[in-house]
Design a binder for this molecule. Sequence first.
Ligand code: NI
Ligand code: MN
Length: 227
Amino acid sequence: MNITYFGHSCFGVEVNGKHLIFDPFISQNELAANIDVNTVKADYILVSHGHFDHVADLVSIAKRTNAKVICSWEIHTWLNNQGITNTHPMNVGGKWKFDFGDVKCVVAVHSNSLPDGTYGGNPMGFIVETNLGNFYYAGDTALTYDMKLIGDYRKVNFAFLPIGDNFTMGPDNAIIAAEFIKCDKIIGMHYDTFGFIKIEKEVAVKKFDNAGRELILFNIGEVKTIK
Ligand code: NI
Ligand code: MN
């Protein structure tokens, strides 16, 4: 699958000709100044939770592209109230068939409110199962034993895990998460954007390497093909 990094936790994944965008936060990310948010293609936008660093560009991209937004019931209601009605509400434990593949919502251990203070429901991670392979997008989360369930019931070809620490797991816990989900190809996210989550990237890559796993870090704007 072709994966584009738009900075922070925002990725574009191309699956079966459809463009999936995760957690759009671009125009307010100083590090992503090279990305023009108005050129981002989207057929679906998957939103793990409502914190500003995951939804800052959600409304504008949804309006421009009319992409379907996959999110919690509470975020779906919040969007509907703003006139964005192409939404698909889900909750933890649920699975739905879309034209690009199946999406299953899984537990994320975090908090969830929208920028205006509205309650956002449960924060979530997503497992995307496709005919090209399966991947896990963890959202913002702590390491949790529930991750074992993800790897026990399917092959995870690659996974997006937060590694910035402070608000989420750091690299050491992300290595344990990789073991839990039985996945050796980890794409790092949620690091370096703000002072609280600045990490030593080379040290993190080395730690993964020592644990027999690969930590893949993108430059912002970079596209990689990952299987
Ligand atoms: Ni968050
Ligand atoms: Mn966050």
